[in-house]
Design a protein around this ligand. Structure first.
Ligand code: AVJ
Ligand code: FE
Length: 438
């Protein structure tokens, strides 16, 4: 992702930072100021909070820490500290209004670009090969995806548009056997990887089978019609209790017509479900219940990454590529990323994105729930701040892998680790299944 020379790396960083800011503008210019200030769900911040938080995080790291320049707005640090104020409390804070928030983020960016111009990109691990600038681009893109989820939760006329994703020919939703043995998980070499992806380490993964594609709406509707939400034996104790408490009967944003057909509403547009589209907006408990119904299970995080990176030609002693298809940057042929489309693409739409083992659509379309909790890799070293990962280790989280249609390429790769509470489904979450092989 980075250039071979410092000048080329600087150009790449300017490109990813610029792309993030253009997307932030799309997401925040699409609605009125009143809408930017509104809270569309207690799970989400007002969009204008995200906007100034993006600027504040950039000020902290690029202006003050790397640039050693005078603080622009030290008075804002408390308001935009995500650990001091819960999402639901943010509308009550004296936060910047939309005009002020835009001006603040723009002023920070001006300074940040001059810091980029004058910072050597070697030596200190914080700046080596551009790490901290890429970290800030990833942070903005992570909030952009969160803002996209906020858009999905808002009611009213559609304000975001995008072309429909590519269609696919007829596909067979089969499984791929992943041979047992060692594989290298995580990375030591990716210059923009975040702390929780490191270090590379060998794990033994017994032979297993994994779905070639994510689980589709069509299959999910069969699960519902077969009593999936009312059969106690399919659910874990916690899942069953949550199902009752939250009144779960279908994925979020689905509704049923009088004739029994399923529809889903995405970004203000209601349409019949597409049978071959990966299901999205399910929580981990729903994914687990579906898996039990199907006689399968969720993959572990190690299994997911092995299916994405293991190459039988090189074997398990060599670290796999950055993306399932190789080290090439994602193009529109590889994966459904970057909010290029506002929904997952049908299964089979990205044959060029297959992993060496032939597993498809691992990156893009939908985040995929795994059965693993959030733990540190052996010899993990916190870097550069504990609130990115370390404070979440061992918490009530399940790992998600692969990114969604709303994830930018800078913010996902085969080693990238995402996490959320197992009850969450406002994120762009789906899943694929695995099973043991004797
Ligand atoms: C890694 C996506 C779980 O959005 O809560 C943003 C990323 N960390 N600001 C989140 C993050 C700080 C984080 N996730
Ligand atoms: Fe943040």
């Amino acid at each position: 992702p980075y250039g071979e020379t410092p000048a080329a790396t600087r150009a790449r960083l300017a490109e990813v930072l610029g792309r993030a800011r253009r997307r932030t503008a799309v997401l925040t210019d699409a609605v009125t100021d009143a809408d930017l200030r509104a809270q569309h769900s207690p799970l989400m911040s007002p969009l204008v909070w995200d906007l100034a938080h993006i600027g504040n995080q950039e000020e902290l790291w690029l202006i003050r820490e790397v640039g050693r320049r005078e603080p622009l707005r030290p008075d804002l640090d408390d308001l935009y500290d995500a650990f001091r104020h819960s999402r639901s409390s943010r509308p009550g804070l004296p936060i910047l209004d939309p005009t002020q928030a835009r001006a603040y983020a723009a002023a920070v960016r001006d300074h940040a670009m001059s810091v980029l111009d004058t910072t050597p990109l070697t030596g200190d691990p914080l700046v080596d090969r551009g790490f901290v600038f890429a970290m800030i681009a990833q942070h903005e893109q992570q909030h952009d995806e969160t803002m996209l989820a906020t858009h999905q939760l808002r009611s009213g006329e559609p304000v975001l548009t995008a072309p429909a994703p590519p269609r696919a020919g007829r596909v067979v939703a089969d499984q791929v056997i992943v041979p047992g043995g060692p594989f290298v998980m995580g990375t030591d070499t990716d210059p923009w990887a975040l702390d929780n992806e490191k270090p590379a380490h060998t794990v033994m993964v017994p032979t297993f089978a994994i779905d070639r594609y994510p689980v589709t709406n069509g299959r999910y509707a069969e699960f519902i019609d077969d009593g999936g939400y009312t059969r106690r034996e399919l659910w874990s104790d916690r899942g069953w209790a949550h199902r009752a408490e939250a009144g779960l009967v279908a994925p979020q944003f689905w509704d049923r017509d009088a004739d029994g057909s399923w529809w889903r509403t995405a970004f203000g547009v209601r349409a019949p479900i597409r049978e071959n589209q990966p299901v999205v907006h399910v929580c981990c408990f729903e994914a687990e219940a579906f898996a039990r119904w199907a006689g399968m299970r969720l993959p572990t995080e190690a299994e997911w990454e092995k299916a994405a990176r293991f190459d039988p030609a090189t074997g398990g002693s060599v670290a796999g590529p950055r993306y399932p298809w190789g080290d090439a940057d994602p193009t529109a042929d590889h994966a459904n990323l970057a909010q290029r489309h506002l929904e997952p693409a049908d299964i089979g739409a990205y044959p060029a994105g297959a992993s060496a083992l032939g597993v498809e659509q691992m990156v893009g379309d939908v985040w995929e729930w795994t059965s693993s909790g959030f733990t540190a890799y052996p010899e993990f070293a916190m870097f550069p701040y504990p609130e990115y990962s370390e404070v979440f280790f061992g918490g009530d989280y399940k790992m998600l892998r692969g990114g969604s249609f709303g994830t930018d390429p800078v913010a996902v790769r085969s080693t990238f680790r995402n996490w959320d509470h197992p009850i969450r489904r406002q994120i762009f979450s789906g899943f694929r299944l695995a099973r043991d092989v004797d």
